[in-house]
Design a binder for this molecule. Structure first.
Ligand code: SF4
Length: 631
């Protein structure tokens, strides 16, 4: 077989504890259908795992995956995905991470590395110039993610090393534990770190990187230059690139936008929060995490003590989930708890919503201070945040219930606590308001991975009153022609959602970073097609790029159906149907069950699914997915 351009054409399946290796070489047509990221991962779960397995059992497959283009040194390609069965939802887990690891993954000689089984004693897997070995790592168990990365880099004895590791949270099977790259940035949602911990796998260490050659360096270079030029004028790219980067946005939620929930969504941030203003973040912005090949420089190191500490890298979602969501407006503390989550390997979003769940339960008298180890965990009592985070990671006291995620915690606690357990399909909510942003509401409810803040470009970008100037013009390429009120629900909104979600789903299927990408950022759909063509040598089109996005949604849906999820799981917590926004321009906004249900059915139909959200056989045939479901 001729060697492909841009990718490796090989997938490694590693068995623990013995390190047995099977290498799949599925051929170019397979890659042309499955691309990478969540799409490739879903394909492996469908073919290499049995239905109904325990997500925390040895049979689960933990997949680190690149794509046919990701990992190459070009704009937006510094991403990889982690895919497995989620211990929170029972459906597919898919999460992404930027930084250097994605390039090492592509340079490892494999497009994906999947791990099955369980080590008998704590171990790590090292892939060095294509050779794979399993190494015992008793001494690393209990170590934080940064110390682990440093130790393993030193042990490798080379500079060109990247480490994806779990912390104490993953070891203790906290159901929303994450995987942390180089002690710094996280593959953070859906409990992928717990799955790694269940395998007694402390780390995946990639040593050395030899990227497959590009088909046409000139085409790729043209995209590099165009992107570097365009990020200087693109509003959102500039916002991300200029210090303090994309985590500093809390002051954009105001009386006009009301886009960020507070206090477990009891309310919405509709006024400026001076202590979380952008210039306050800037005071502590001391560095950044480089994404190889991408000049957008989004991920900043913002450290309370003004030290350049890799574990102080901060991602967008943290600001809200461990800020206003738990009543915290103290930037210094926000940075401390972010660092704690990175070191412990805890998803800061699910952690934030588990804490806000406990806070609301306490204030409602459902649980007691004594039950929380004496912590007076009320909204705004910031002193409890770090202790609670440590209790969750180590599963001490009530931390053990909270470590199960809010759905299971509320089932254990009872007494009406389920109304404060804000989750979809078992995954904790994110902090961007579904009552005022109905594209997001639709995405949170229907996405195979549950609520995700980057399920699509946010509604307020397109709002008739608050929308940003450049968004509509750039989105016309997707057929979005008019501004629509951000809180409105109706068929034309569903049409926009489908377009906005499909393009970012395509990014996820190719591990192209959405922070670089269309519709509103500098990497246009045509540039994505040029990257695929220049890297792989395939003659392609923006049509084929969008098809990757559609196919990813269909195949993940099939996996979830196989695992027992149904249309009944495509809903939102009752709070969003029953408690209107209380103040500001969007006062009174609340989701109406009937209109929202109609929007979901409309979305199913637009997707080529039946009334129960099951893909039609013609849809599967049209998408080359017929082999995954009997026709
Ligand atoms: S857009 Fe930002 S986060 Fe994405 S790859 Fe580029 S620098 Fe990294």
């Amino acid at each position: 077989m001729t060697k492909p351009y841009g990718y490796n054409g090989k997938i490694a399946l590693i068995d623990l504890p013995d390190g047995g290796l099977r290498v799949l070489e599925p051929g170019e047509d397979w890659y042309r259908i499955h691309g990478g990221g969540g799409l490739l991962g879903a394909a492996l779960l469908m073919t290499e795992t049995r239905p109904g397995l325990d997500a925390l059992g040895p049979e689960n497959l933990l997949i680190f995956t690149s794509s046919v283009v990701a990992g190459q040194l070009a704009p937006g390609l510094a991403r990889f995905s982690v895919v497995c069965k989620s211990p929170l939802t029972g459906g597919i887990a898919e999460t992404r991470c930027e930084g250097p690891f994605g390039s090492f993954l592509k340079g490892s000689g494999f497009d994906a590395i999947a791990v099955r089984g369980r080590a008998t004693i704590p171990s790590y897997i090292q892939v060095e110039d294509g050779a794979i070995r399993v190494v015992e790592a008793r001494e690393l168990w209990g170590m934080d993610t940064l110390a682990t990365a440093r130790k393993l880099k030193a042990a490798a004895g080379r500079e060109d090393v990247s480490v994806a590791a779990i912390g104490v949270a993953g070891e203790n099977l906290v159901r929303y534990a994450s995987i942390v790259v180089d002690g710094s940035i996280q593959a953070m949602r859906m409990g992928v770190g717990a799955v790694m911990g269940s395998k007694k796998l402390k780390a995946l260490v990639l040593v050395g990187s030899s990227l497959p050659p590009l088909a046409d360096e000139e085409v790729v270079e043209r995209v590099r230059q165009a992107f570097a030029r365009d990020i200087e004028t693109n509003t959102l790219c500039k916002f991300q690139k200029e210090d303090p980067g994309f985590a500093a946005y809390a002051d954009l939620s105001d009386v006009e936008t009301a886009y960020m929930g507070r206090d477990n969504y009891r309310g919405t941030v509709d006024h400026s929060l001076p202590s979380l203003a952008r210039d306050r973040f800037l005071e502590h912005c001391v560095g950044m995490v480089a994404c190889p090949g991408c000049p957008n420089d989004c991920i900043k190191i913002i450290d309370a003590g003004d030290r350049v500490d890799p574990s102080s890298a901060i991602h967008q979602e943290v600001t809200a989930s461990l800020g206003p969501n738990v009543g915290n407006h103290d930037l210094g503390l926000l940075l401390e708890v972010n660092k704690a989550c990175n070191l412990l390997g805890l998803d800061p979003v699910s952690t934030g919503f588990s804490i806000s769940f406990a806070m609301e339960c306490l204030e409602a008298g459902i649980i007691t201070k004594a039950g929380l180890g004496g912590l007076d965990a009320r909204f705004g009592n910031n002193a409890v945040l770090l202790p609670l985070i440590k209790m969750i990671a180590s599963r001490e006291g009530y931390g053990d219930a909270l470590a199960e995620g809010v759905r299971r915690a509320s089932a254990r606690i009872g007494r009406g606590s389920e109304r404060f357990a804000l989750h979809v399909k078992g995954l904790e909510m994110v902090s961007f308001e579904p009552r005022t942003m109905t594209n997001l509401a639709l995405g949170y409810a229907t996405a195979p991975v549950g609520p995700r803040y980057d399920i699509c470009e946010h509604d307020w970008d397109y709002d008739v009153t608050a929308g940003w100037g450049h968004t509509l013009e750039l989105s016309r390429t997707l057929g979005i022609l008019d501004r629509i009120p951000m809180q409105y629900v109706g068929p034309d909104k569903v049409r926009n959602y489908k377009a906005l979600n499909t393009i970012w789903s395509a990014c996820d299927a190719l591990d192209i970073c959405v922070f670089a990408s269309a519709p509103t950022r500098a990497l246009s759909l045509d540039m994505m097609a040029d990257l695929v063509a220049g890297i792989t040598g395939w003659k392609t089109s923006s049509w084929e790029i969008m098809r990757f996005g559609e196919r990813r949604n269909h195949l993940m849906r099939l996996y979830n159906l196989r695992e027992g999820l149904t249309a009944d799981d495509d809903t939102l917590p009752s709070r969003f149907f029953e408690e209107p926004i209380g103040q500001g321009r969007l006062k009174g906004s609340v989701l109406d069950r009937d209109s929202f249900g109609a929007a979901i059915r409309s979305y199913y139909a637009m997707m080529g699914w039946d009334g129960q959200g099951i893909p039609l056989k013609e849809t599967l045939l049209d998408q080359h997915l017929e082999s995954y479901a009997p026709l």
